[in-house]
Structures are given as C-alpha cells and as structure tokens.
Design a protein around this ligand. Structure first.
Ligand code: SF4
Length: 531
C-alpha cells in the first residue's frame, strides 16, 4: 500500500485510466472506484491523431488545450496524470500513436489493469485493444455514460430490423426519458416535431444585429498550444488568430448559459437560414464541447426544457434543439456503433475515387455561397448544419466526390468532428454513401434552395434558376445531372416523386446542355480550375 505523498511518476499504479481527448468528463465510468492512492490517469497528444486527416489548426488547439486544462484540473484534485505533450519538435515524441506511447508506459509503469471508456473512434478502439492484448495488464472496457442510449439499446429503439427510423427512435426516447411529454406520454403542444416552424429565412432585411457567441480568450496554457501548433502544423488549414472556443467545463457551461438566454428563443425558426458574413446566427456552437464531453447532453436538454417551462423560449425552438441532441445525435451514434467497421467503406452510389475540390480547402471560387461559407469555416473551424450539409456536402454529392473523401475532409475541417459523428452525418446522410441507412433519400436540391434560405445568390455571378449556359448555377446544373445519372436508382422512391416529375418535364435539348455543362464543371473542378 502506498499513500498519495509516496506516489511518483514511477510508482506502479493498480489501475491506469486511459483518457482520450473526447473523454474530458470526470463523472465517466473510467473513474468508478478510482483511488488516488493506487490509480493514475494516462493521457497522450499524438502526432497520428493530429495528422491521420489533415486537421484544421483550431481543431488541434481545441483538443490539446482542453486536454491540458483537464489534466491540470485532475492534478489539482490530487490525482496523478501521466501526460504526453506534443512539443514543437517531432524528434521529441516518445511514439507516433497511442499504441506506441502506451506500450512504452506500460513497460515502465507495470499497472495491474488498464481502464478505458469506449472511445468515439473505432480505429482508436481497435488500436488500444490490440496494444493491450500484446501487453500484460487486462483491459477493462467500460460503457460511455455520456449518452442517453447504449449501442445495445439502440437497435430496439430505432426499429429493430434493417430499416432504422430516426423519428420513431426519437419519440420512443422522449417517452422513455420524459422529455417534453405529459403524464400520458403525449408530446408537449400536441406534436412530436415542429420542423415545419423551423424553416424560416430572413427575407430581404436580413437577421439584424445578432450578438455573436461569447469569446473565450486564450489563456497562457492555450497560448502554449497555439505556439506549438503554429510551429509544428503550420501547413495545416485554418487560422488561429481568432481562436476563442471554450476549453474548460466552466467555459462550456458559460457558453451553454449564454445560448439558452440569448439565442435559443430565436434558434428554432431560423435554424436552417444562412446570411453572408454571419456564420453563427442563432446557433449554439456547443457541438465541439459536447463531443469532447465538457458538457453533458442531459444538462443541455434540461436547460432548454426549463427555458420553455419558464416561458423564456418557444416550443418550436426548444423541441428543435432537443431533437438535435436527444434525437439526431443519439441516433447517429447508434448507427455508428451498430454498423462499424463496414460502414466506413460504404459507397452506395458507386462513386469514383474523386476527392473534394481544391476550394473546399482554400475557398477560392466565384460561387458566392461557397466562398462565404469557406471564409467562415477557415476562420472558425465550424459552420452550422445547412452550410455544412446542404451547401458544401451538396456540392460534393452532386459532383460525385467519393463519400469517404468527404468524410475525411469533414473530419479535417470541423472542430466538432469526431469519427462517430462524422461518418453517419458526412458519409451517410450528406453523401448517401450508406444507401439509405440514416436517410431514406439523398438530400439533393438545386441552387434554388440556397437562394430561398440565404442572401447569397444576389452577390453571385451565377443564376440559381439557370441550369445550362455560362451563368448557370453549378448547384442547379449538377442537381439535374445528378437526378439524370441516378434515374434508375431513385425514380421509384416515393419521397423523390416530385423531383423526378420535374426532371421528366425537361426537354431533350435542355438535358443535353445540362449534361455537357455538368461534364465541363466536373472536369474544371478535377483540374483545380476556378469555377
Ligand atoms: Fe450559390 Fe448558385 Fe446562388 Fe451562386 S447562384 S450563390 S452558386 S446557389
């Protein structure tokens, strides 16, 4: 038996708790039975996690800074943390990935047992399992209590069979958890879903003055990480000049409070709207801190529901927010863990190995919508779901980018992207790569959709209604070409009936022009030419 005062970095721990960058919650199952006199934490920043996709600099700073703050918080509680910092020089690294660093430390520390909560990435789980198998201590893999639903419960809640239904999953979960339901299990306000009230655009006058989300200025610890990332990952995309994300639980709670008070009341109505130069609008921008577990989904849902009951936010806003967290977020995690690892290789539309366009990295395009969204993405490492999926994702889908490439790009550019989130959202829903597991049809639309939901088209050299000709909107051209190319696959899908009826009305000559223009656009994009 040794005491805390006797603990040193070379003391042999009973349990070594492996804590990953998206597991920064100290109420996690990893800490069950934790005894600071016998047990220690292990955390590592690794070059592999920073480079297996070409990561946005803000994503790197967010994860490493939040990890270092978490480490210091644990040490302040008297817990011992074996922590590996990445330094400015790769030659200082003690291994390139979790497996290499852990193997060295297990040989050095000789713990009786390794404890790990299920990671958010199947690749990391496999790597750590394999490393543990080749070492002496047992691996105690524990469930992730951060979520409402375990992977084991998921299949029943989502429909049991091959076909999964988000809407029925969401209703069952709301009833089970008693969220926005009355004593008889009926939905608050009479409807389960207020999506119809959540599709407003801003009209000509725009959104007016909206207070941007609170900025959390980098402290000394974050500045150290910024310096390291600038020195070591300088060629990665994005900028750190504006880094202002919450990196501690206290900051994350402040961001949640601010969203509930200031933006939730208007969030619902305008959640799908876009406006140039306004990347945040009424969105919470809490997804990154939720995915790192600095916030718990239950506290987000409970605070939103409290705001509704206190008369501070309308039902359409609160239900929309609850649906994103308790509904969609839990649903896609269930899809991930019940379908991996095969899910990552799905390519239902049989796309060639086409990569994302150059302008997905550098933003250099004449398309006003894409140029503005890319400015926001490069600056903030974040956009809300409509620019992400219905503009950038849409362009990738319509132009035939391989779904796995789009997922990898999404992982690289978004601060909130972790594998379990990105694969079902990016490869699955946005690119229809999974052939209908998360969505029953591809989410495709012409430039008219972007025109309706934003002010972009008025600033663009292209015309959203034109499908052929030099001023044709690339989205509109590629939309009709996409339907044309996938006629056999989707013409009988009842949810696409109207789209195919409209395609049928196109004259042969117009379709010839559309196909030629689409070929020209795809070639130009593949050659890296500006469109
Ligand atoms: Fe985007 Fe097309 Fe509108 Fe231009 S015309 S802003 S490319 S949707």
């Amino acid at each position: 038996m040794f005491t805390m005062s006797e603990y040193s970095p070379t003391t042999r721990p009973r349990n070594l708790l492996l804590v990953l960058g998206d597991q920064l919650n100290d109420d996690s199952a990893a800490f069950d039975g934790f005894n600071p006199e016998h047990d220690a934490l292990w955390m590592a920043e690794t070059a592999e996690e920073a480079t297996h996709v070409w990561c946005h600099k803000q994503r790197l700073v967010l994860f490493f800074s939040a990890m270092r703050h978490f480490r210091d918080g644990q040490r302040a509680k008297g817990r011992h943390v074996h922590y590996h910092e990445l330094s400015r020089r790769p030659s200082d690294d003690r291994g390139k990935n979790f497996a290499e660093i852990l193997t060295r430390d297990v040989h050095r520390l000789r713990p009786d047992k390794l404890i790990l909560v299920r990671p958010g990435d199947h690749r990391v789980l496999t790597q750590l399992r394999n490393a543990a198998d080749s070492l002496n201590p047992d691996l105690d893999l524990r469930p992730d209590r951060h979520f409402y639903v375990t992977p084991e419960e998921f299949q029943d809640l989502a429909g049991g069979g091959q076909t999964l239904r988000m809407e029925s999953f969401y209703r069952r979960l709301r009833k089970r958890e008693g969220v926005l339901v009355d004593d008889d299990g009926q939905p608050e306000g009479g409807d389960w879903n207020y999506d119809r009230d959540n599709r407003e655009s801003f009209g000509k006058t725009g959104p007016g003055d909206i207070k941007p989300p609170r900025r959390f200025h980098p402290d000394d610890l974050t500045r150290e990480v910024v310096d390291m990332v600038e020195a070591r990952f300088n060629d990665h995309p994005g900028s750190l000049d504006t880094f202002d994300l919450p990196v501690t639980r206290k900051q994350a709670l402040a961001a949640l409070r601010e969203f509930i008070e200031l933006r939730l009341p208007t969030f619902g109505a305008y959640e799908d709207a876009m406006w140039s130069g306004e990347p945040f609008l009424y969105h919470s921008r809490l997804s990154a801190v939720l995915n790192m577990k600095l916030l718990h989904p239950r506290e987000c849902v409970d605070k939103a529901v409290d705001a509704y009951h206190d008369g501070l936010a309308p039902l359409n806003s609160v239900e929309g927010f609850v649906r994103q967290i308790l509904g969609w977020r839990e649903f896609i995690r269930g899809v991930y863990w019940t379908r991996m690892p095969d899910y990552a290789d799905l390519n239902a539309l049989e796309c060639d190995d086409r990569d994302v366009p150059d302008f997905f990295w550098n933003g250099e395009t004449d398309m006003a919508c894409v140029a503005d969204i890319m400015r926001g993405l490069r600056t903030n490492g974040w956009t809300h779901h409509i620019p992400r999926l219905m503009v950038l994702g849409q362009f990738a889908l319509l132009s035939g980018v391989h779904p796995r490439r789009f997922h990898e790009w999404h992982m690289a550019m978004y601060t909130d992207a972790v594998d379990w989130v990105s694969l079902p959202n990016a490869l699955g829903m946005s690119q229809y790569g999974d052939g209908g597991i998360v969505g029953t049809k591809p989410y495709c639309a012409s430039g008219n959709y972007i025109h309706r939901m934003s002010n972009y088209c008025g600033q663009c050299p292209y015309h959203p209604k034109h499908a052929a000709g030099d001023d044709a909107c690339p989205f509109t051209t590629l939309y009709w070409d996409f339907l044309d190319r996938h006629r056999d696959r989707f013409a009988d899908n009842p949810r696409m009936k109207v789209q195919f009826l409209n395609l049928k009305r196109k004259a042969d000559e117009e379709m010839r022009e559309i196909r030629a223009r689409a070929r020209h656009l795809r070639k130009a994009v593949d050659r890296g030419e500006r469109i």
